[in-house]
Design a protein around this ligand. Structure first.
Ligand SMILES: [Zn+2]
Length: 490
């Protein structure tokens, strides 16, 4: 039996945008096999360093890095909380600060035409393919200080250590740190403006996206003295031939590393995502006069559908076969959420006529995601038939999963292990491998080059909140891991 597919062996890609109970499209798709990742066997760059922990640049990789995270965390557009959106005044100030830190670390800096900050060192061979390291400088509203900033600051700190030890010029390839101008998409509801432009997947039409007050991306770029033309946007794109790979350090934004008691983990891949809008229509009526047996209640039907979704996503093994060849798909890695619900007319004494709710479904394997969607659609329609209500499922958004490069991940795993050997007194295991349920710039960069990611433990798995916290020593561990990774490129 093919893996990642329905147990009844009906492989389907389901088009859910339908306006009728009878319109259910089944499209066969081709099963592809995906090689499983190899296991960690790599060397340990800092193996002997366990006994000289205090000599491992804590002043740069921990103390200064933490101080910089706190300093950057004060650069905000809002009074009393952290908010830095695309090309806002605070983003410009944050960019200047990051640029000054890059220059101090020996990097040549510039700002591109969409506001990304670049810092580059050519190393021994300026014409070799460059290693890119990045994360985002923008934030959500009422953000924590580590999301995005950690990846930028750790990279700059690791390169500053190389400068201090005289190794910066000995890198075998150019290394470039990029602080992306927009990942969170708060202002224009369009994520990855910065990294999508560099990877060449940002459409020219993005210039015309407008915020709530009608100001376009083009307006904002011009206000900030960027050209904001089709040509200037195209110039940002990197030639894939000039790039060796992209890595990103980011807080986990989840609780796994904390539960394992480890500061670092390697990211296997970033989950693919589908967003649905489900509309359930019934018979609107008087709450006091319509007998229960005669109702066509879309609210009660929606409640059943939401519990059905939860049940399907908790136990995909009931209808999908996966056997270790589905990009690491497991029941635990499948997440489904109903985050928004609305009813009409929404009055306490009225049986609703219509209920709408959203579904956010994420899985590391695209085929498994399609299989879940197919099963979900089938069961939703069956339930609606049984309840005599009409259901319409609209597919609003799809993003394919990104699988990190096995070779890059192996190097990151080795680097993380060497850092953890120093930081954690008795580490037995190799660095854990995690899936990312959240999107990252690495998703956009995967269209340009191979990508790898390192996750850093954060307290309680909390992020997008001022309660977001990373231990000072974990910032240090992340810096040591990046340093070990860079030393593989000397
Ligand atoms: Zn982030």
């Amino acid at each position: 039996m093919a893996s990642c597919t329905r147990k009844d062996n009906v492989s389907v890609n389901v088009n859910l945008t339908t306006t009728s109970l009878l319109s259910r499209f089944l499209v066969l798709f081709i099963v592809s096999s995906i090689a499983s990742a190899s296991h960690f066997t790599g060397g340990i760059a800092l193996d002997d360093a366990k006994t000289r922990k205090n000599g491992l640049f804590p002043e740069i990789l921990r103390d200064e890095a933490v101080a910089r995270l706190k300093e950057l965390g004060k650069v905000t557009d809002a009074e009393g909380y952290l908010e830095r959106t695309f090309l806002s005044p605070a983003s410009a100030r944050a960019g200047d600060l990051i640029r000054s830190w890059m220059e101090e670390a020996g990097l040549r800096t510039w700002v591109d035409q969409i506001g990304n900050i670049h810092g580059r060192v050519e190393g021994m061979n300026a014409s070799a393919e460059a290693l890119l390291i990045g994360s985002h400088l923008d934030t959500v509203i009422d953000a924590g200080i580590y999301d995005g900033a950690l990846g930028i600051i750790c990279a700059v700190s690791a390169l500053k250590v190389l400068k201090s030890t005289g190794k910066l010029g000995k890198l075998s390839r150019p290394v470039e740190v990029i602080a992306f101008s927009d990942e969170e998409g708060v202002r224009f509801q369009s994520t990855f403006l910065g990294s999508a432009a560099i990877s060449g997947i940002l459409p020219i039409t993005a210039l015309q996206i407008s915020d709530r007050s009608g100001v376009t991306v083009q307006n904002v770029l011009k206000e900030n003295s960027f050209e904001a033309t089709k040509e200037s946007l195209l110039q940002i794109k990197y030639d894939p031939q000039s790039v060796w790979g992209y890595i990103e350090v980011h807080i986990e934004q989840g609780p796994v590393l904390e539960s394992l008691g480890l500061p670092l983990g390697v990211v296997k891949g970033i989950a693919g995502q589908t967003r649905l809008k489900v509309t359930v229509r019934g018979s609107q009526g008087h709450a006091g006069t319509v007998p229960m047996s005669m109702r066509q209640d879309p609210m009660a039907a929606s409640a059943e559908l939401i519990v059905l979704l939860e049940s399907l996503c908790k136990h995909p093994e009931n209808f999908i076969s996966y056997d270790g060849h589905c990009n690491g798909f497991t029941a635990e890695s499948l997440v489904c959420t109903v985050g928004e619900i609305s009813t009409w007319p929404s009055a306490s004494n009225v049986i609703p006529g219509e209920v709408n709710f959203t579904v956010d479904l994420r899985a590391i394997d695209d085929m498994a995601r399609e299989s879940v969607l197919f099963e979900l659609a089938n069961q939703i329609y069956q339930t609606c038939d049984r309840r005599s209500v009409s259901c319409v499922i609209e597919r609003k958004h799809d993003a394919e999963a990104v699988i990190c490069d096995p070779g890059l991940s192996l190097q990151l795993k080795s680097a993380a292990y060497s850092a953890m050997k120093i930081m954690v007194s008795e580490i037995q295991d190799e660095a854990p491998v995690l899936m990312s349920g959240a999107g990252h710039d690495a998703m956009a960069m995967s269209h340009l080059t191979k990508v790898g990611m390192l996750f850093v433990r954060c307290r309680g798995g909390i992020s997008h909140s001022p309660a977001e916290h990373v231990l000072d020593d974990d910032v240090w561990a992340a810096g040591l891991a990046l340093l070990a990774f860079l030393e593989m490129h000397l």
